[in-house]
Write a protein that binds this ligand. Sequence first.
Ligand code: UT7
Length: 326
Amino acid sequence: MTGVKIVGVGHYAPERIVDNQELETWFDTSDEWITSRTGMKRRHWTSENEATSDLALGAARMALAHARLEPKDIDAYVVATVYPDYLFPATACIVASRLGAVDKAAFDIEIGCSGFIYGLTVTSALVRSGVYKRVMLIGAETLSKLVDREDRGTAVLFGDGAGAVILEAAEQDSFLASELGSDGSNPSILLVKAGGSRRPLDERALDERADRIHMEGREVFKFAVTKMISATDAALAKAGIAKSDVNVLIPHQANKRIIDAAMKYLDIPPERCMVNIQEYGNTSAASIPIALSEAVNAGRVKPGDVIVFVGFGAGLSWGAVVWKWA
Ligand code: UT7
């Protein structure tokens, strides 16, 4: 067994910014409501002809430049997304080819907003076991295209973007522990009903919003706070690290109130927690790697720092990874 470290980070968001003031012109909402209930101010939305692979490509290129690597140097490409370019092929295949990395392994991971946490666990295992020397993991989403734009309860929450990391085999191991979980007993809490094999053959049986995000916000909120805390506690216990030794916590950016409640219970000071929700909204599987890339570029992460990545999402699913920055 070898170790693994992150040698490159990158992020990308579409140019178009939708701020709270613009949303006020769409339906009965206010900057005050959105800011106080979520912490969001702006989100980036793709244009008509941009898709998930376009955003993934931007993040991948930045990560390659940061690591000073060429696309051919990466052995496997993995994209975590809930909204691929197509039902198939996998978006990772499209991204690898567009980078000019043909013949490389490429596959997608779909586990809602927990995609980056699950992806980091899986790709780290691929490197630590010696299967691959270098793997690119990208979280990329275009949920602005999946929300019901007339539903103020969900349309204000989601944004588009992508974040990427390049993992490389190393002598010292950055991966300290992972805790993953799921509960699929009530999928309707966070669901897009149409588009899969439960779709009725007679399209008239589907309601017209069945291909849009349906979310029971309060239920998700309660679950999110509980699981952020328990997953962080469990992963830190596995790693044998005390909460007081966590230097940076990078949570899924779904709601500033969820983050604040979890931080308070975990007794981790707010200044150790990375928050950029005001700029991007909830970018699902992209939110943690975007925040990591921004944290690294801002000098907030230093060699030797203990980082906790923690997230939750559709499934329901949740997870945390404890990582020592090299
Ligand atoms: O990535 C994982 C997926 N998502 C999440 O983690 C989201 C988790 N949930 C949440 O973040 C919060 O539950 C929301 C932000 C979605 C909602 O906040 P809340 O404090 O739970 O509000 P609520 O659903 O209890 O709604 C309170 C009121 C309702 O009006 P009434 O029934 O009290 O008259 C809503 O209709 O706020 C209303 N409301 C809005 N008002 C203005 C809902 N959305 C809006 C809006 N603007 N955009």
